[in-house]
Write a protein that binds this ligand. Structure first.
Ligand SMILES: NC(=O)c1ccc[n+]([C@@H]2O[C@H](COP(=O)([O-])OP(=O)(O)OC[C@H]3O[C@@H](n4cnc5c(N)ncnc54)[C@H](O)[C@@H]3O)[C@@H](O)[C@H]2O)c1
Length: 279
């Protein structure tokens, strides 16, 4: 079997749209046995779940859609339990549920209610889902993988991928709540990676710059110059497509990444490699 195949069971939050949907479809294409699409937008999750059958390559592929608000601990526990009951294990948790700030405002004019809202979803919600998944993953049997050279590689009990951002490393004006939430999300990734590796669970993050999704579309409406800014600042002159981030998620879930733990995989075409002189 190729090391980039992901043949296990996935639970993807924020899967109705954007990067979550792109990651779920990429996992389906890479051989997932089952994918649960979980989102606060239940109808969108159901639509994306149905659509994923087109991409699935595993003949036993099954998919479900669940309503999930990641800020609600009871519902998080219920969705994790239901996924485990239905499919017998959870191999991959992809935390892609996320929101942007309602408005851009520099300190001291930033809105503290907006800060609480963004932190609750992007950071606390991610931690709630990760804790619940670790409780299930740590009890399941480890999986192994037969390498090309005939060896057996330990894949551990499960893996968690957090969708964070290049703003887990960098900052831009007027977005302090979002930046704080994404730095927290990378901190949650590293902390969980430390705590869970002994249980056979790897935890990593993907850290994209602009991605062509509903959040980016809303950003273009809030702040039209962002479109020209992306063209000028991105070394490829365009935002990423959701599947370009989704395929990074597949890599981190797959046997190819069996020794990768606690990283933030920057997916930004080299945007954050250098200073931008604005000339
Ligand atoms: N699009 C970008 O430019 C970009 C760049 C870097 C990082 N990100 C991050 O990627 C992640 C996914 O965003 P996207 O760009 O795909 O946007 P998106 O709006 O297309 O998708 C986000 C999904 O999360 C869901 N969601 C929101 N709040 C939720 C909650 N409380 N519980 C469950 N689901 C919830 C939404 O319904 C939506 O389906 C976010 O964390 C975002 O911050 C996006």
């Amino acid at each position: 079997m190729a090391s980039f195949r992901t043949t296990g069971v996935a639970l993807v939050t924020g899967a109705a749209s954007g990067i979550g949907r792109g990651a779920a479809n990429a996992l389906a294409e890479a051989g997932a046995r089952a994918i649960v699409f979980a989102d606060i937008d239940e109808a969108g999750a159901a639509k994306a779940s149905d659509e994923s059958r087109k991409f699935a390559t595993n003949p036993e592929y099954q998919t479900r859609a669940y309503a999930l608000d990641v800020t609600d601990p009871k519902r998080v526990d219920a969705v994790i339990k239901e996924t485990y009951k239905e499919f017998g294990r959870i191999d991959y948790l992809v935390n892609s549920a996320g929101i942007d700030t309602l408005a851009y405002a520099a300190i001291p004019d930033n809105d503290m209610d907006d800060y609480e809202r963004v932190m609750a979803t992007n950071a606390r919600g991610m931690l709630l889902c990760s804790r619940a998944a670790v409780k299930v993953m740590e009890k399941q049997e480890p999986r192994t993988f037969a390498t090309k050279l005939g060896a057996t590689r330990d894949l551990g009990r499960g893996t968690i991928i957090n969708v964070t951002s290049v703003l887990s490393y960098a900052a831009v004006p007027g977005k302090v709540a979002y930046i704080a939430s994404k730095h927290a999300a990378l901190g949650i990734t590293k902390g969980t990676a430390q705590d869970a590796v002994g249980k056979g669970i790897r935890v990593n993050a993907v850290c994209p710059a602009w991605v062509n999704t509903a959040i980016h579309e809303a950003e273009r409406k809030k702040f039209p110059p962002v479109q020209d800014f992306v063209k000028a600042a991105s070394p490829l002159g365009r935002p990423a497509e959701p599947e370009e981030v989704g395929e990074g998620v597949v890599y981190l879930c797959s046997p190819a990444a069996s020794y990768v733990n606690g990283i933030g995989l920057i997916i930004d075409a080299g945007l954050t490699l250098t200073v931008h002189l604005g000339i």
